[in-house]
Write a protein that binds this ligand. Structure first.
Ligand SMILES: [Fe+2]
Ligand SMILES: [Fe+2]
Length: 469
């Protein structure tokens, strides 16, 4: 269905026919714009940015490109088309018609799931708000802003559900989504990873590679939900999300490419010399991968979780790509989990966070293979790896244990002594920060990163993707 842009709030949910809802959302809209003004990208409100805007939710119309000032971006409510006679595809009520309204008994759980997802969207915009001042190129600056406006729209997606289906509590939650702020001492964002500052572009690429990919897995599991409006909302969000991970994967790939050029030029793999030449040595990149991968793994929750079991059994949250599995009820199966106390047989329903985490890690491997191929082709032995999922756990059965990135338990003092071999030290961060010099001449790249293979929407790399006012 086409998106109606003639209304104050662009939408494809026929908002004009629900005046109460329309009024409530029109009341929230100025609060959102005020939030964007205060917490969105700092200082770029007058720049013309080459952004894509959705005009319909099908493959043809969801990406229309043009120069837009970010505050004029048309944030709105876009749901994937309804599938006629959709049935619940998993859990104890499998085969029943999907719900078009919130079942009373699942109301508070669904609200919590939607609020937790919704909270991450504006949080990431807040985390990234200063990055524009340090951009390695106009191409990258444009990608950052595209991600930022889309995360803003993802907030709209969740706020629509809260307003349309959760009455007064929903409206209150929608206000709270604008009141919490990333890193705020009194009112922080709900999840820890979304309170970590992102003050350099290497962290941004890692964040979009690992943390946006967590987002993809969460959205995929909600796309399976028996609550049909949530499923339809998330299905459309996934099309936007793919670009965010593209920015992460190609961003890290370009860092690797540039580093390999410098290594070749200097004829060395000595990190000190590579750094002196203004590039990111591969062991340093590995530390950033370790940090953001382990931090993002916590987002999946505890390995053993009765909440995850209930959400699945009740049809609220499925597994990503539920249809690839044979058993959709999971009442008679178990999974063997490695815990610090040894192997443990756990009912599959209770181990679903771990199932999700494992498929997420497999997805994360794809980029590493590509980067490692480039390193191998350049004739180097070094390989980038993912840290063990037991490393740096802040949640679950491995919480707080001194485990190295290889997954082995270490004496606590050794772990503490060696931690900065594995994650960025204050000196590493200061070095990366020192590389971040703003480059805004069309087609030019900062010295620590290679140009992309191609531009956006078939435009040349030296196109003026952001026209600074
Ligand atoms: Fe998002
Ligand atoms: Fe995202």
């Amino acid at each position: 269905m086409a998106i109606n842009y003639s209304e104050k709030i662009p939408n494809n949910v026929d908002l004009a026919h629900d005046r109460t809802l329309q009024r409530a959302l029109e009341h929230w809209q100025p609060h959102f714009l005020q939030w964007w003004h205060e917490m969105g990208p700092s200082d770029f409100e007058r720049a013309d940015v080459y952004l894509r805007t959705a005009t319909s939710v099908d493959a043809k119309g969801w990406a229309t490109y043009g120069a837009v000032k970010m505050p004029d971006y048309r944030w709105g409510i876009f749901l994937a088309d309804q599938q006629p006679d959709r049935k619940i595809g998993f859990g104890d009520q499998m085969g029943q018609p999907a719900w078009q309204q919130v079942p009373g008994e699942h109301r508070s759980t669904l609200r919590r799931l939607i609020v937790t997802q919704g909270d991450t969207e504006p949080a990431s915009v807040e985390q990234q708000r200063m990055l524009g001042h340090l951009c390695p190129s106009l191409y990258d600056l444009r990608n950052l802003f595209q991600i930022n406006v889309e995360e803003g729209r993802h907030l709209w997606a969740m706020v629509y559900l809260l307003h349309a289906y959760f009455g007064r509590d929903g409206r209150e939650e929608a206000e709270e989504l604008l009141a919490r702020h990333s890193g705020d001492a009194d009112k922080p964002r709900i999840l820890t990873t979304f309170n970590e500052p992102i003050s350099d572009w290497l962290s941004l690429y890692c964040f979009t590679y690992f943390t946006d990919r967590d987002g993809k897995y969460q959205l995929k599991s909600f796309a399976e939900s028996g609550f049909d409006p949530l499923s339809r909302t998330c299905r459309f969000m996934l099309t936007e999300e793919a670009h965010h991970m593209f920015v992460g994967e190609t961003g890290i790939g370009r860092v690797v490419k540039r580093t390999l050029e410098v290594m070749k030029e200097l004829g060395t793999d000595d990190p000190a010399r590579i750094r002196a030449h203004g590039a990111v040595d591969l062991p340093l990149l590995q530390k950033y991968l370790n940090f953001w991968c382990s931090s993002s793994l916590d987002l999946f929750g505890s390995e053993i979780s009765s909440n995850a079991a209930a959400s699945f059994a009740n049809g609220l949250k499925g597994r990503p790509d539920e249809s690839q599995y044979e058993d959709h009820v999971l009442r008679d199966v178990s999974l063997k989990l490695d815990t610090p106390e040894g192997a443990q047989e756990v009912p599959m329903l209770n181990a679903l966070n771990e199932v999700m985490r494992e498929s997420y890690l497999k997805d994360c491997e794809i980029g590493l293979k590509r980067w490692n191929r480039a390193i191998e082709r350049a004739g180097h032995e070094f390989r980038l790896t993912l840290p063990s999922s037991r490393f740096r756990r802040a949640i679950g059965s491995w919480v707080g244990l001194p485990v190295g990135p290889d997954g082995k338990l270490l004496p606590k003092d050794e772990y503490e002594r060696r931690l900065y071999e594995w994650v960025p030290s204050p000196e590493d961060k200061a070095f990366v920060k020192s590389l971040m010099q703003k480059v805004v001449e069309p087609g030019k790249m900062a010295a620590w990163i290679a140009p992309p293979d191609r531009g956006i929407n078939n435009l040349p790399i030296d196109y003026e993707y952001v026209h600074l006012a």
